[in-house]
Design a protein around this ligand. Structure first.
Ligand code: ADP
Ligand code: ADP
Ligand code: MG
Length: 479
């Protein structure tokens, strides 16, 4: 592979190009008109404007991207995450154009991209599942009966959903019918597929997922877990590895289950098998993401591997250079997703001009970043701008370093999740490892951050006053 086109933007495009460059592979960026000055464009050896700002006129135009790739002699396409990364026909179109899609083949994407097809596929592989009705709901009365048997509250999920979208909680039986109708119409609009199903609502779960790698020679390994329970709107904000609660035995069981999930769809490449675990540490299969995951850096830090390099090598047909017994966890890594949204105002999107943007630096600090000072943050795309990752010998070290790195991360012009990250790192329950996916609902309120600010403002005022008095004294002395 001599030249890779990165069919993405932002931090993940930059991340992929870094590894390509390290491996001596040339890079091609694509960009939309609003992204023409973006870091991923400047970083690439070649860059091509692919269309207007809306994704469906640029980053989602698979055929056009393949045309660009062909005309520039590209031999591999890396899709990143989001956009075309889980699009089976794009994977096929790449293959038809004799370009290597750096990801799994269309068959695995199709099976695992749909939550119902995935459940069907892993049946028979001894994978524990969340109780529910594992088929698209067509008969409401039957669904209602199953829901009553499982017990309310229950979840309605869109089979084609993702990124935390397409999930609805139903508290009472009376709301069931109207919620199902709403879920079907929402799923039809958002994903072009109205299939929805129901799942038992696990009350206090932790989201723990397993990274897998599979080569084209039948070898599959897992790279341990990532804990991703700190979420808002069913979407992750803080992730870490390893989890504070897994025992070696459960880690092994979950790892082996994840490898079986990968085997069930003849998976090739890097993938993630997501599980929920309950308070008794029983684990249940949620879904498989057939791509590089946003939070892959925490796994890289605790294993010392470069996952993008592994993806490229696997795509080139190379064998995994290690087996399961060669792999071990070293240290602890923490990640904060820097979203352009306001944690003081319901995490609502915040866009605008980046007046100041300075990254923290130092040993154990990694920033995967896709923007720079003086840029406008566009409204068209995912609001995640960057990821702040810290690494230490212990969980405490990673947390302390995260607090210092957040303080050194200077952003002016837009609101971000940085203050939220600091709040979580300082929270006692989080530090003790006592939390689940309800953490934000249970422990967080904007008022608490605001109160913190007030203290800081008071401290600042106090220091200013002391300095003023000090200066006055000196003035008097010198007179
Ligand atoms: P990850 O699954 O890697 O932990 P996210 O859930 O935040 O992270 O998803 C990563 C990106 O992929 C986000 O931009 C999200 O909006 C997008 N995404 C994932 N699945 C879908 C989907 N089915 N439809 C639309 N966007 C999706
Ligand atoms: P997505 O494709 O949007 O990532 P997932 O099925 O992975 O959808 O679920 C996203 C999040 O929603 C989980 O991490 C968890 O917080 C919550 N969730 C999903 N299923 C359940 C469930 N059965 N019970 C409780 N929470 C759930
Ligand atoms: Mg998920």
């Amino acid at each position: 592979m001599k030249k890779i086109l990165v069919a993405n933007r932002g931090e993940i495009a930059v991340r992929v190009m870094k590894t390509a460059q390290k491996m001596g592979i040339k890079t091609v960026a694509i960009y939309s008109t609003v992204d023409r000055l973006a870091p991923h464009v400047k970083m690439a050896d070649e860059a091509v404007c692919i269309g207007e700002a809306p994704s469906n006129q640029s980053y989602l135009l698979g055929d056009k991207i393949i045309e660009v790739a062909k005309s520039l002699g590209v031999d591999g396409i890396h899709p990143g995450y989001g956009f075309l990364s889980e699009n089976a026909s794009f994977s096929t179109a790449c293959a038809n154009a004799n370009i290597t899609f750096i990801g799994p083949d269309a068959h695995s994407i199709e099976l695992m991209g749909n939550k119902l097809a995935a459940k069907e596929t892993v049946k028979g592989y001894d994978i524990p599942m969340v109780p529910g009705l594992d088929e698209a709901i067509t008969d409401i009365d039957k669904a209602k009966q199953v829901a009553a048997e499982i017990g309310f509250p229950i979840l309605i999920k869109a089979a084609a959903g993702g990124g935390g979208k397409g999930i609805r909680i139903v508290e009472k039986e009376e709301e069931f019918e109207s919620q199902i109708q709403r879920a079907i119409s929402e799923a039809t609009n958002a994903f072009g597929d109205g299939s929805v199903f129901i799942e038992k609502f696990i009350g206090s779960p932790r989201h723990i997922e397993i990274q897998v790698l599979a080569d084209k020679h039948g070898n599959i390994v897992h790279l341990f877990e990532r804990e991703c329970s700190i979420q808002r709107r069913h979407q992750k904000v803080i992730e870490e590895a390893p989890s504070a609660v897994l025992t070696p035995d459960i880690r092994k069981q979950m790892g082996e289950a994840a490898v079986r999930v990968a085997a069930s769809c003849n998976y090739i490449g890097a993938g993630t098998v997501e599980f929920l675990i309950d308070e008794q540490l029983n684990f249940y299969f949620l879904e498989m993401n057939t791509r590089l995951q946003v939070e892959h850096p925490v796994t890289e830090l605790i294993t010392g591997l470069d996952l993008v390099e592994m993806q490229i090598k696997i795509a080139r047909g190379e064998k995994l250079p290690f087996s399961q017994s060669d792999l071990a966890i070293k240290g602890h890594a923490m990640e904060l997703r820097i979203y352009a949204e306001d944690p003081l105002n319901e995490f609502l999107p915040s866009v605008g001009y980046l007046e100041t943007y300075q990254l923290p630096k130092g040993e154990g600090i990694r920033v995967d970043n896709g923007i720079e000072e003086g840029m406008d943050v566009p409204i068209y795309y995912d609001p995640m701008l960057a990821k702040l990752i810290t690494y230490g010998k212990t969980r405490e070290e990673a947390i302390e370093l995260m607090i210092r790195a957040i303080q050194a991360y200077k952003v002016k012009g837009i609101s971000t999740t940085l203050p939220f990250g600091k709040f979580v790192m300082e929270n006692q329950a989080f530090r003790e490892g006592h939390f689940d996916t309800n953490f934000v609902k249970k422990n967080y309120s904007a008022e608490m951050i605001k109160a913190g600010y007030q203290d800081e403002a008071e401290i600042a005022a106090y220091i200013a006053l002391q300095k003023y008095l000090e200066d006055q004294k000196q003035l008097r002395l010198s007179n």
